[in-house]
Design a protein around this ligand. Structure first.
Ligand code: PRT
Ligand code: MG
Length: 212
């Protein structure tokens, strides 16, 4: 049995065409059903529906053989025990610094002010500001980061941006791009050795589909 961990939403939706290219059709729709283990047209392949942030954990400990996860999630989690053979070029976005309209970020950085930064991505933010030599107080949040600068909780946020509409709707502006993000295939290293042929087949089919 080969087990693939996916999260609902954009990762699931954008992975379906890759699975199809590998000859795998998922039975059931995680948005409609409460089932967390989905069968496929191949009796030896199944899909686990887990929280996006839990995908690396499932794969690391072998609860799943493979998983698909954003580079953002992977950087926060760390890649211990995970083989990362492919950038799948799906669920693309960027991780950026944003502030309230009218907040002079460049001036604050140049003055060497201590910045309060709210984010779900504490590891990425810590690394980024340390490299720039900017002193920050990091405030960990689990969602709705946009509220932090509006309420005075923070001067800035570090968050994912794709169209920029969410920032705009909340009167925030993107002031610095930290890095581009896309989803990665991650594989449990022990599973790769034990189930080499079927896992290789999936990796190769995904690689071919991504290259097209
Ligand atoms: O939402 P939930 O709390 O269940 O979990 P999650 O946010 O961890 O999962 P999900 O499915 O929202 O995101 C999974 C992965 O998709 C992320 O880890 C990213 O790698 C990738 N991805 C790509 C994105 C986006 N694009 C994106 N736009 N994840 C989140 N967003 C958010 C963004 O933060 C903003 O708040 O969507 C909102 C809309 O963005 P704009 O700029 O288009 O308005
Ligand atoms: Mg989300």
């Amino acid at each position: 049995m080969i087990t693939l961990a996916l999260s609902k939403g954009r990762i699931f939706d954008e992975t379906l065409p890759l699975l199809r290219a590998a000859g795998i059709e998922v039975r059931g729709d995680p948005e409609k059903s409460r089932e967390l283990i989905l069968a496929t047209n191949q009796s030896d392949v199944r899909v686990l529906v887990v929280r996006a942030t839990d995908v690396p954990t499932y794969v690391q400990y072998g609860g799943a053989d493979l998983g698909i996860t954003g580079k953002d999630t992977l950087l926060e989690h760390g890649s211990l025990g995970l083989y990362q053979p492919l950038d799948l070029q799906i669920a693309k976005c960027r991780i950026s610094v944003a502030v309230r309209e009218g907040f002079d970020y460049l001036d604050a950085v140049q003055q060497g002010s201590r910045l309060k930064v709210a984010t779900k991505y504490v590891a990425i933010a810590r690394d980024f500001f340390a490299t720039k030599g900017v002193h920050v107080d990091l405030i960990k949040l689990y969602g709705s980061m946009e509220l932090a600068p509006l309420t005075g909780l923070a001067d800035a946020i570090v968050d994912l941006v794709s169209t920029g509409n969410t920032l705009k709707a909340n009167h925030l502006v993107e002031v610095e791009r930290i890095m581009d993000i896309s989803a990665r295939l991650v594989v449990n290293q022990a599973a790769l050795k034990l189930k080499q042929a079927p896992i290789r087949r999936i990796i190769d089919a995904f690689a071919t589909a991504v290259a097209q």
